[in-house]
Design a protein around this ligand. Structure first.
Ligand code: HEC
Length: 234
């Protein structure tokens, strides 16, 4: 009797094993109306992949089309039309891209299983964006001010940052550390002697600036690019 029970238990386990190897997600996983709210960041971090800005456009134009994974067709039970449905039917494990069906099918070597079906394909950059987004927690997030690092100029980008974050302590007769930062030539001087990159980078040997904490990542990226492009008075 005991043996028979053991056998039944084993068969159940084996069947469950077979079941979990299948690519199809479990039937209708939590498709009730729990709609996950979007969290919005005011500034886009260059290190973060955002669902609304970066991922949804890829999925909408490559997967959630009519006849494929839209809400009506749900090919293979997979509906990629909204954040909640993508998480549920794409079988996403936040933090684990390699264990998530949505990513697995992109890097699948079996031509019958790879998605989108050949000859259509995602670019390596698009696949990587999906991977990073899942590994960063597969959040329903978006940002409103994408950091613009193209065409960075002194007058439009660099000076407003410095004016707002440095000039308060670095102007007038008592300028901190004897360093005056009130116009282009003075900024250029601390670019040329390496101090600007050094104080913003906060790695020493100069004192980290501003003393209270780092400037926004986007601002420091823009300054870094402006320096790399010759620190012009543009
Ligand atoms: C709250 C005041 C304050 C702000 C804001 C500030 N600084 Fe300073 N800064 C100081 C002080 C104080 C020193 C002198 C530190 C020392 O020598 O101990 C200094 C020193 C410096 C030096 C010389 C560093 C060295 O070790 O020789 C540079 C360059 C500099 N700051 C750049 C900046 C830049 C660029 C910003 C804006 C991103 C900035 N600072 C914002 C207070 C400030």
């Amino acid at each position: 009797m005991k043996k028979a029970l053991g056998l039944v238990a084993m068969m159940v386990l084996v069947m469950a094993g077979i079941e979990s190897c299948k690519h199809e997600p479990e039937e209708e996983v939590q498709l009730t109306e729990t709609i996950t709210a979007v969290s919005t960041a005011d500034t886009c971090s260059l290190d973060t992949v955002y669902f609304v800005n970066d991922i949804l456009p890829i999925i909408s134009s490559n997967c959630a089309m009519s006849g494929c994974h839209d809400a009506d067709t749900k090919s293979d039970g997979v509906d990629l039309s909204t954040y909640d449905k993508i998480i549920a039917t794409g079988d996403i494990k936040p933090g684990d891209a390699d264990g998530s069906d949505l990513y697995e099918v992109l890097v699948e070597s079996d031509p019958d299983k790879i998605m989108p079906p050949p000859p259509a394909t995602l670019t390596p950059e698009q696949k990587n964006a999906i991977k990073i987004w899942i590994n960063q927690g597969a959040k329903n997030n978006k940002c409103t001010n994408k950091c613009d690092t193209s065409n960075v100029t002194f007058s439009v980008n660099v000076w407003p940052i410095i004016d707002a974050t440095c000039r308060g302590c670095h102007a007038g007769a008592n300028a901190s550390g004897g360093v005056r930062i009130t116009n282009y030539n003075q900024v250029k001087a601390i670019v040329d002697n390496g101090d600007l990159a050094n104080v913003l980078g906060r790695q020493g040997p100069k004192k980290p600036m501003p003393p209270g904490g780092p400037i926004e990542k986007c601002a420091s990226d823009q300054i870094r690019i402006w320096i790399a492009e010759g620190a012009k008075d543009n």
